[in-house]
Design a protein around this ligand. Structure first.
Ligand SMILES: C[S@@+](CC[C@H](N)C(=O)[O-])C[C@H]1O[C@@H](n2cnc3c(N)ncnc32)[C@H](O)[C@@H]1O
Length: 260
C-alpha cells in the first residue's frame, strides 16, 4: 500500500498501473474531445497550444497530429517520457515537460490552452488551486481561449446524498478495479482510493488525495478571479447544454481579454 500525504500523493497514485487501467480512452472518446476542442477553441494548424496536466499526452498528441505546436506539462516523469517517445516516433511538434502546473509556463505565448479531465482542484485551498488558472492566463496571448473540463460538483454532491462513501467496481478480462470515494463536508473534498486486482489475484492499493467539489458558480468565480471573461458552459463533448442537476462534467470555454 502506498503512503498518502496531502502534498505527495500524486507521485504514488498516478503510476503505470493507473495509466494502463484508468487513463486510457477509446479512439471515439479522443476524437470527440479533439473535435470539441478544435471547434470551441477555434484551433487551426500552426497555432501554439498548452496542455496543463497533460498526463500521457493523449490529447496533446492528437492535436499535434492536426498540425498544432503543443507544449504539455505533467508532474509524473514516466508519463512525460512516454508522451515524448510517441511524439518523437511520429515526428510531431510537441514539447513535453515534467513539471509542476502551479508554476510552469511554456517558453512562448500560446493561442489556446486546456486543463482537462480533472487535472485541477487538488488543494483544499482555493488560493492554491487558482494558481494553475493564473499560469494558463499568463501563457495565453490576448484573446486566447482556455478550455477547462472538471466534474460537476452539484451533481457529485447528489451522488453522496445517501452516504459519504461510494464504491464503483469495473471488471475487464479478469482485471478488476474498485474505486472507493469519500466525501468530506468540512473541506468539500472527495478523496478516492483505488484497488486493482490482477487476473492472478495479486493486488495493489493506492490511496489517492482529494479533489475539491466545485459548482458552476464556484468555477465562474475561479475563472473570473484569474482574469478570464466570456465564460461559456457545456455539459458534454458533443457541445450539449450544461445542466447543474444532471451533467456529469462541467466544461467551460473562456477567454483572456483582447486588451490584457
Ligand atoms: C486525470 S489525469 C488527466 C490527464 C490529461 N489531462 C488527460 O486528459 O488525459 C490528471 C493529471 O494531472 C496531473 N497533475 C496533477 N497535479 C499536477 C501538478 N501539480 N502539476 C502537473 N500535473 C499535475 C497528474 O499527474 C495526472 O497526469
Amino acid at each position: 500500500m502506498s503512503k498518502n500525504t496531502a502534498e505527495t500523493w500524486h507521485q504514488d497514485f498516478y503510476d503505470d498501473l493507473f495509466a494502463q487501467h484508468c487513463l486510457q480512452r477509446s479512439d471515439k472518446e479522443v476524437n470527440e474531445a479533439v473535435d470539441f476542442l478544435m471547434d470551441k477553441l477555434s484551433l487551426k494548424a500552426g497555432m501554439r497550444f498548452f496542455d496543463q496536466g497533460c498526463g500521457l499526452g493523449t490529447l496533446s498528441l492528437a492535436l499535434a497530429r492536426k498540425g498544432l505546436h503543443v507544449t504539455g506539462v505533467d508532474l509524473i516523469d514516466s508519463y512525460i517520457t512516454r508522451a515524448q517517445a510517441e511524439a518523437a516516433a511520429e515526428n510531431l511538434a510537441c514539447d513535453f515537460h515534467t513539471g509542476n502546473a502551479y508554476d510552469f509556463t511554456p517558453s512562448k505565448p500560446c493561442d489556446a490552452a486546456i486543463n482537462w479531465w480533472t487535472s485541477f482542484g487538488y488543494s483544499e485551498n482555493d488560493d492554491k488551486n487558482i494558481l494553475m488558472m493564473q499560469r494558463i492566463f499568463e501563457t495565453l496571448k490576448p484573446g486566447g481561449f482556455f478550455g477547462f473540463d472538471y466534474k460537476n460538483g452539484a451533481r457529485v454532491l447528489k451522488d453522496f446524498a445517501q452516504s459519504n462513501t461510494l464504491r464503483d467496481v469495473a471488471e475487464k478480462d479478469g482485471h478488476k478495479t474498485v474505486w472507493e470515494s469519500r466525501y468530506e463536508p468540512d473541506t468539500n473534498m472527495v478523496y478516492k482510493d483505488w484497488i486493482y486486482t490482477a487476473p492472478d489475484g495479486t493486488h495493489q492499493e493506492n490511496k489517492g488525495g482529494g479533489a475539491k467539489l466545485y459548482t458552476a458558480e464556484d468555477i465562474t468565480h475561479l475563472l473570473t478571479g484569474a482574469g478570464f471573461v466570456n465564460i461559456k458552459f457545456y455539459g458534454d463533448m458533443q457541445g450539449g447544454a450544461f445542466d447543474p442537476d444532471t451533467s456529469i462534467r462541467c466544461i467551460t470555454i473562456s477567454e483572456k481579454p483582447a486588451g490584457a
